[in-house]
Design a protein around this ligand. Structure first.
Ligand SMILES: [Zn+2]
Length: 666
């Protein structure tokens, strides 16, 4: 599933822009003080559209990145804060969404009880590891602790079968490292070595705070071996290479020395076939060898790590110091209410339920539906005019486009979790109960058909996604607000903003990976060999373009990691532009604030990416995030669009591709 960091919107697009008395409101849709007019739009469109904004909006101390996106998220957090306070103070029937969230939040906010208990609730888990006498026993324990959210070198979960999208399959793969990516272990420059040292110290600190001792160097060596065996993030993007069906015995043969069979038996999944997303990882692990004592210490570390946010202040602070301050550059910890709110993620559907009931105007749903259809229509037009694709493949592309479904706002039916046990006593116990409940629920799906009405994101979330297995685009209520969707803005701004987001998600169905799935969500080829080769040539050019971008001196964007998102940005803004042109037809649209309507489509897109970021954040982002940094989502995207060049009358520009060398994919 690709979560888009993007947004969406629309509303009264037609009536707003046709209403003559709304000029004042319209002009506020893109405040002019956000511009940096010392820079030319053709040279650096990101700085031009956000320089004033960036000056006026420094990054708060509790944030690593601050943009329009984050501001909207902050608004939603404040709304949820009030909502949570309300349900935490009330009495609701057991099993209702209000009771579950209210009691979870109340237990999380009870700092006195949490600090009094300290790490005592963790002790039984650690003592259990002490009693282990073989690697086989340890892997059985790892399977049991999987239900409590403890990560392990073996990962197993149920999701839609990529080659039979009506059924579920058991996926297995790599995992179990404590740093954000294998690259953090494998790099040997001075800065990376400093982070590795800080991580080892962090392991020792956390063990000490829990009252045990762990040999951090031995645990690190084991994690290094896992990291060295892993496929890279770029390799893991490849949907075909992730699809390796095998029996558990075949899987076990890849790595005879790891008790994989015992692990799967304990999960009750012994007779199942699996789809192995990283067979190479298991083969490579076969050459590594560690003592039972090191394995036990490794598992203890991950028990502690998995509980660091649900026990006392001391663990939370130590965890913040390493994972937030050292790794991402955040100077200051968030207040408790925000940390507790962040812990409600597993109840995302329930939180979304409360949010949507209270904050999503139902009429927005229809308006956004219309916008989605406008974008689909624009995509049809783009497919028709493509010069690099044959009619044969175009026909298949149209079939896929017509089959797209969408979800807007919130689910038609709410998930029932009324048998989940949450009370006001122990936050730690609540977190463990939730983890156990949802892990069991996921694994039990193996025998159930796929429910296409399920949502992969809470309705309150400021984000959107394309799910290739459902061939669907999804826009939660959380993102259907300004600056993404602004009922008071002119149509051009809305098409650039929410239209760009909708177009982005549509384009994911046709990016380098999404294009490998057919109209019914199955991994299947619908391309002629020649068209596929042409498509690959174009996408390689785009990858090379983004790999040439430097976000900080010496810190490069990885054009292959971000390829799917960059294709989606280019496709999305192009679709938004043509959807606007379709809407406009022969209408005469007056400029606003000196900007033509076509220019305002691009302002709408740029506005949602106005942001500042910390250096450490960018370093982490280029290694782990499939999205390019904001400046390239704006400048990199428009650099390939002759439509942008024409709208702003650019002869040439620092950011623009030379005339005729623009990359057009969709
Ligand atoms: Zn995306």
């Amino acid at each position: 599933m690709k979560k888009l960091f993007a947004l969406l919107i629309l509303g009264c697009i037609v009536s707003c822009s046709q209403s003559p008395n709304q000029t004042a409101q319209l002009s506020s849709a893109f405040p002019l003080e956000h511009l940096d007019t010392n820079v030319h739009a053709c040279d650096d469109f990101f700085q031009y559209t956000s320089g004033g904004w960036r000056e006026a909006n420094p990054i708060p101390e509790t944030e690593v990145r601050w943009g329009e996106f984050n501001k909207l998220r902050e608004t939603n957090k404040q709304r949820l804060k009030d909502l949570f306070n309300e349900v935490a103070a009330g009495a609701y029937s057991k099993g209702s969404d209000e009771q579950l969230i209210g009691d979870l939040v109340a237990s999380g906010m009870d700092s006195v009880a949490r600090n009094e208990r300290g790490t005592s609730e963790l002790t039984p888990f650690l003592v259990e590891v002490d009693g282990i006498n073989s690697l086989e026993e340890l892997f059985v324990l790892m399977a049991q602790n999987k239900f409590y959210g403890v990560s392990a070198p073996v990962n197993a979960y149920v999701r839609t079968d990529a080659k039979n999208s009506k059924a579920h399959a058991l996926y297995v793969g790599q995992g179990g490292i404590g740093l954000p990516d294998r690259e953090y272990y494998l790099r040997n420059d001075e800065e990376s070595m400093g982070i590795q040292e800080a991580y080892r110290n962090h392991i020792a600190t956390m063990a000490e705070l829990t009252g045990i001792s762990i040999d951090e160097n031995a645990v690190y060596a084991l994690e290094y071996a896992l990291a060295e065996s892993m496929k890279s993030r770029v390799e893991m993007r490849d949907a075909e290479k992730r699809y390796n069906p095998m029996t558990i015995s075949e899987w076990q043969e890849l790595c005879p020395s790891l008790p994989i069979t015992q692990y799967m038996n304990e999960l009750g999944l012994q007779d199942r076939g699996v789809i192995n997303s990283a067979p190479e990882y298991f083969s490579r692990m076969e050459s590594k060898e560690f003592s039972l004592e090191t394995w036990k210490q490794y598992h203890k570390w991950h028990i502690i790590r998995g509980a660091s946010g649900s026990l006392n202040d001391a663990l939370e602070i130590a965890s913040f110091e390493f994972y937030q301050k050292t790794l991402r550059g955040k100077p200051k910890m968030n207040p408790r209410w925000k940390r507790v709110q962040g812990s409600t993620g597993m109840l995302g559907q329930q939180v979304g339920h409360l949010y949507a009931d209270r904050f999503f105007p139902k009429e927005h749903k229809e308006e956004v539906e219309q916008m989605v259809e406008d974008l689909r229509e624009a995509f049809r037009g783009r497919i028709d005019q493509l010069t690099w694709m044959s009619n044969e493949t175009k026909e298949k592309a149209r079939i896929k486009l017509d089959a797209f479904t969408y979800k807007i706002g919130y689910p038609n039916k709410w998930e029932d979790v009324s048998d989940l046990e949450i009370d006001r006593e122990s936050f730690f116990a609540n977190m463990k109960n939730m983890s156990k409940y949802f892990t069991a629920k996921n694994l039990a799906k193996i025998d159930e058909p796929v429910d296409k009405s399920e949502w992969g994101m809470g309705a309150h979330i400021v984000n959107a996604y394309y799910n290739p297995l459902n061939n669907e685009v999804v826009f939660p209520a959380g993102i259907l607000q300004p600056p993404f969707y602004n009922p008071k803005a002119d149509a051009a701004i809305n098409y650039g903003a929410i239209g760009g987001v909708i177009g982005h998600e549509f384009s994911h169905g046709f990016d380098d990976q999404g294009s490998k799935y057919g109209p019914d969500g199955n991994l299947e080829n619908w391309w002629t060999a020649q068209d596929k080769a042409r498509f690959d040539t174009l996408t390689k050019q785009l990858a090379d373009q983004y790999s040439s971008y430097e976000v900080l001196p010496g810190v490069q964007v990885n054009g292959r990691l971000t390829l799917g998102e960059n294709i989606a940005d280019l496709g999305g803004l192009t679709l938004a532009y043509y959807a606007y042109k379709n809407w406009k037809g022969t209408k005469d649209v007056e400029p606003i604030d000196g900007f033509t309507d076509e220019q305002r489509v691009f302002l709408g897109w740029a506005q949602v990416w106005q942001s500042n970021g910390r250096d450490e954040y960018f370093k982490n982002q280029v290694t782990t995030d499939p999205h390019s940094p904001a400046q390239f989502r704006v400048s990199g995207t428009v650099s390939n669009m002759p439509e942008f060049r024409n709208a702003f009358g650019c002869e040439d520009g620092d950011n623009l591709k030379p005339l005729g060398e623009e990359i057009t994919i969709w």
